[in-house]
Design a protein around this ligand. Structure first.
Ligand SMILES: [Zn+2]
Length: 60
């Protein structure tokens, strides 16, 4: 399964490569600072049988 995602920062609009691992759980929520603008981004990952739901929001 593809675990690399090119996500767009909701603050600065830059694209960031992120990697998520289904071994860590089917549903994951984490806050990681943007590498470019350092604002906290909330990632909500939902691994499904053959699909992945990824949501990116401002964490503040
Ligand atoms: Zn950013």
């Amino acid at each position: 399964m593809e675990t690399n995602f090119n996500v767009q920062c909701p603050y600065c609009g830059e694209y960031i490569w992120m990697e998520f691992y289904p071994e860590d759980g089917n549903k994951q929520e984490m806050v990681i600072d943007c590498e470019v603008c350092c604002n906290p981004i909330l990632y909500v990952v939902n691994f499904k049988a053959d699909d992945i739901d990824l949501r990116v929001e401002r964490a503040q």
